[in-house]
Write a protein of this length. Structure first.
Length: 425
């Protein structure tokens, strides 16, 4: 594989964590390249069931080095909780490293996230409330605090002082009380004591591995429809889940990435607000939510469910240049009488086959083709020929519409509930 990126091709929650856990069995290095603890990557394997937020999903392979990359934003408080849960389950964490250049999510970032959402009143984004937007805003505005700063108390104090002056003005605008420099310093020094040894310059880990042709996985968060630039802005996250950001976020040249696996759910789901053309408000949508257990791993919110949207996945395929697809949750469709696939959008009197800008996206209605479902359970399938014919036809159509071959089909949450297909030569 040498360098493989695993990215979301829809609205997030496609099963990226599940795929990275599987692929990491053969990986030397896994790097989370963007996002923060807004992610909820559920992994089910011999160690148990875990909802990972920041820790790369390769952590279960004791030989894999796992890095939280420069492009990520790290809340040390939630990271420490996550580490505690893994350690309690006997998962070794010796190979977990954090980039000294990654930005820190500080307690007031979460406060500001909540205050900003409240101020948006009718136009709420439905963020996860994890402080992601405010942290990336500070990063871009150059007021941010980086993990490496935690290890230099004098420098840290200067950075925080600069930061607090700004932040307290913002908090005052919202009528919230100011923050105290000594309190914030104490919190940060606590983080440094707990995590300091893991905070490193990650290039000395990444560079030799890539140069030596080691097997590297780049783990994305969320999906293209929530990409800051190419998603349904402003109903997006504050980083770029597309593979274009993986190079900067992980610290390797774009030309080093030779494989891009797009993870797609066999239907669509979204959490948070914004246009979602193939959303279902009927019994089929309710069934997908129930059978697919579609509740957010981070916030517990019910996910909005809908039919597979080939226009959205086509958008993702172009922007990411997928070399293959991993189709997940096929088993959730078992027993459905018929399935719909959105192949285009009607926008006023036009038919379009691309994702338009958000105000137009909010106006489109989906154009569907209908495919027969299947009754047989797929959860035990491990080869293409084990799948019902109607399931194969459905998968063929997904692949054809995306213009990308399918390499993996997941038929259950467990690590081995997966079919690996031969790619065309
Ligand atoms: P991620 O954020 O992209 O890693 O995806 P999530 O973990 O948030 O959501 C995917 C959910 O589907 C998790 O609860 C997984 O355990 C579960 N899952 C993954 N693959 C399959 C599958 O093939 N079948 C079923 N039934 N569940 C799956
Ligand atoms: P994974 O990695 C699904 C959504 C939120 C909201 C928008 C912005 O598990 O796929 P943010 O907190 O990032 O400012 O929220 O993005 N969102 C996710 N939706 N899965 C996620 O992560 C998400 N991370 C953020 O619901 O619409
Ligand atoms: Mg998720």
């Amino acid at each position: 594989m040498p360098v493989t990126a695993v990215v979301g091709a829809q609205w997030g929650d496609e099963g990226k964590g599940r795929m990275v856990d599987y692929l990491a069995q053969d990986a030397d290095l896994v790097i989370r390249f963007q996002g923060g603890d807004n992610a909820g990557h559920t992994v089910v394997n011999a160690h148990g069931k875990f909802a990972l937020h920041l820790i790369p999903s390769g952590i279960f392979n004791p030989f894999t080095v796992c890095i939280i990359g420069t492009g990520a934003v790290v809340n040390p408080a939630t990271l420490l909780e996550e580490m505690g849960a893994l350690e309690a389950a006997g998962v070794p964490l010796e190979n977990l490293w954090l980039s000294n250049r990654a930005h820190v999510v500080l307690p007031y970032h979460r406060m500001v996230d909540g205050l900003q959402e409240a101020a948006r009143s009718g136009a709420r984004i439905g963020t996860t409330g994890r402080g992601i937007g405010p942290t990336y805003s500070d990063k871009a505005a150059r007021f941010g605090v980086r993990l490496g700063d935690l290890k230099r108390p004098d420098y840290l104090r200067q950075r925080i002082a600069l930061h607090l002056e700004q932040k307290n003005r913002t908090l005052a605008l919202f009528g919230a009380p100011p923050l105290d420099l000594d309190d914030v310093m104490e919190t940060c020094l606590g983080y440094a004591r707990a995590l300091g040894d893991r905070i490193v310059d990650t290039l000395p880990l990444v560079q030799p591995a890539v140069r030596a042709g080691k097997r590297v996985l780049l783990e994305g968060q969320l999906g293209v429809m929530r990409d800051l630039d190419w998603g349904t802005y402003p109903y997006v996250t504050s980083s770029n889940p597309i593979v274009g950001a993986a190079s900067a976020g992980a610290g390797l040249p774009p030309s080093a990435i030779d494989r891009v696996v797009g993870v797609v759910k066999a239907y669509s789901t979204a959490v948070g607000a914004g246009p979602f053309p193939s959303e279902l408000d009927d019994a089929d949508g309710e069934r997908l939510r129930l059978v697919g257990a579609e509740y957010g791993a981070t916030t517990g919110r019910p996910r909005r469910c809908g039919w597979y949207d080939a226009v959205a996945v086509g958008h993702a395929a172009w922007l990411n240049g997928f070399t293959s697809l991993a189709v997940t949750k096929l088993d959730v469709l078992d027993g459905m009488r018929q399935l719909k696939v959105c192949t285009g959008y009607r926008l006023a009197d036009r038919v379009i086959d691309y994702v338009p800008d958000t105000p137009d996206m909010a106006e489109v209605t989906p154009i569907y083709e209908t495919w027969p479902g299947w009754d047989e359970p797929t959860t035990e399938a491990r080869d293409w020929d084990d799948l019902p014919k109607a399931a194969r036809t459905y998968l063929h159509r997904i692949s054809e519409l995306a213009g990308v071959p399918i390499e993996f089909v997941s038929v259950g949450a467990e690590r081995d509930q997966l079919l690996k297909l031969e790619l065309p030569a």
